[in-house]
Write a protein that binds this ligand. Structure first.
Ligand code: SF4
Ligand code: SF4
Length: 208
């Protein structure tokens, strides 16, 4: 990505990526040092500036960047994909590239381990499934019980992963609520899950 660039800005984010030790101040320094070394080893020259914004997903932090970004051949954002998009939208004259490969949005299980628990589908059913998500945590996003491949409580797609419908059943059984599973969920409208194009949410009460 940096090939041919003479001056770049490595731009970190102190939001979620910093918490995940992927794109905060420390990682900006590590990446910048690695890039300098890599370019030098290949006989090139590069000038690298470093900065870290409070967040790359809020305009108030990005706006001061627009003018400044014009000084660079390239801005390498260390935010998640949302941050990279947000910076690119607001800096139309600059080549903005991602330093990270955003995998998913999840929870921290333990140091160095994260798990996807919600896919932001926009039609939450957690009240029907004991608080466990069949959209994000079932490989087929099934709505009404397991597929035929669930064996011994494991998922047929990946036996390292529990079948979420087994966990839902176990949990509702323990809470004496398994009768609730007899209620058939209607066919989902997947347009709220992003299948109807990019989503947008407006809270009138928060508008200026
Ligand atoms: S049902 Fe949808 S909104 Fe609710 S946890 Fe699962 S993916 Fe997220
Ligand atoms: S085994 Fe369970 S979690 Fe895996 S795809 Fe089938 S229903 Fe979903």
């Amino acid at each position: 990505m940096v090939k041919g660039a003479r001056k770049i800005l490595v731009l970190g984010c102190r939001g979620c990526v910093a918490v995940c030790s992927a794109g905060g101040d420390k990682e900006v320094k590590i990446l910048s040092a690695a890039l300098k070394l890599g370019v030098k080893r290949s006989g090139g020259e590069i000038e690298i500036d470093e900065d870290t914004l409070v967040r790359q997903c809020d305009p108030e932090y990005i706006e001061p960047l627009n003018e400044r970004a014009k000084d660079y051949d390239l801005v390498m954002s260390m935010a998640c994909g949302v941050g990279v998009n947000f910076v690119a939208d607001r800096c139309p004259d600059v080549n903005v590239v991602p330093a990270l490969n955003t995998t998913f949005y999840g929870a921290n299980l333990s140091s160095g381990e994260w798990k996807e628990l919600c896919a932001g589908c926009g039609a939450c059913v957690l009240h029907l499934t004991g608080g466990l998500c069949p959209v994000a945590r079932c490989a087929k996003s099934l709505s009404n019980g397991p597929c035929g491949g669930s064996q011994g409580g494991r998922c047929e797609i990946n036996p390292d992963v529990p079948c979420i419908w087994q966990l839902i059943y176990d949990r509702l059984s323990k809470q004496d609520r398994k009768e609730e599973l007899k209620n058939i969920m209607p066919i989902r409208d997947w347009t709220t899950a992003g299948h109807g194009g990019p989503r947008r949410r407006v809270r009138e009460d928060l508008l200026p």
